[in-house]
Design a protein around this ligand. Sequence first.
Ligand code: TTP
Ligand code: MG
Length: 359
Amino acid sequence: MRKIIHVDMDAFYAAIEQRDDPSLRGRPVAVGGSSGRGVVATASYEARRFGVGSAMPSIRAMRLCPDLVFVKPRFDVYKATSRQVRAILERYTPLIEPLSLDEAYLDVTGAAEGTTAVAIARSIKEAIQADTGLTASAGVSFNKFLAKTASGLVKPDGLTVIRPDQAERFLADLPIERFHGVGPATAKRLREHGIAHGRDLQCRSEAEVAAVFGRIGQHFWRIAKAQDERTVEPHRVRKSLSVETTFFEDLRSPSEIQAQLAEIADELALRLTRAGFRGRTLTLKIRYADFDLATRRSTAKAPMLDAADIQAEARRLMGLEPRPSTPIRLLGLGVSADHAEHDSRQMELPLSDASSLEP
Ligand code: TTP
Ligand code: MG
């Protein structure tokens, strides 16, 4: 049985701003641009009580919370703090997989010999507090999905454990929306098929779920059965993730093209979920029968994760293809992280970048 810890800093950018400017403490703070087209990167917990949150247009945030204080992001400070946190994690194990600036998985199966994973998690939280003045929340369990879900259960400053004998019950009660990778559209589809909680997956067979939802359904079925074999990958520096298919016979009819595109979108969503990879840019690749290549690309406000959202955007991009009714031999879809090419360290992969904050 593995021992996995997921560490996630609390209100990361906003907490740093409150730490560095005492006048902001105890007040509702949003990090982001307050201009007409600005977007909130994150909000302090005081602001969240008003419903202010990440990716919300600043105008709306101001309406929800008139006393909201906007602070311009200081990415250099966030990155430096992220490196500091990373250095703390490295005291415990080299098996660290950062997911973003403020989030990482640790495999402490070996490190916990002679102690416990919970004791390590507690010690990490204390060290982060002592060295950075910030709080983190941690989740401890025996797979990645459960550890990540656990870290989100009690926030801020939480430490939540899901033990093997608690997992099945916990997953049974978990609403489908809380499964990482299930966006609003997928949740709606699942609910339409009577799947509202983990238990609705647990009580069906894998084949039954796969027949309706394909491989992404299979993935969530396994997750609901506490089967998540994904390992903690310390050296992965992922910048993009894509899926492409070359067809035995060229695609000619729009309905064929739409069907294949939908399948590729589902497969991509599945891999994104498995990899825990987030990126906002979707790229459609088309190779025509005569080998001419076309790509179409768009960047969303939030990371592309949900199968239905990816499908919808892929269809839109397909509508922009330059040579309609030309036979197609290959279709591909990929998601890439913005500005990832500037950073070689994964801990520095931004969840969003300055351009999304300031028009
Ligand atoms: P999160 O960990 O999602 O959020 P958080 O740390 O602010 O709050 P929580 O206590 O719920 O963990 O993201 C980490 C940082 O990434 C966040 O402080 C700001 C940035 N971010 C964006 O810039 N845009 C986004 O849409 C999200 C979700 C995060
Ligand atoms: Mg966080």
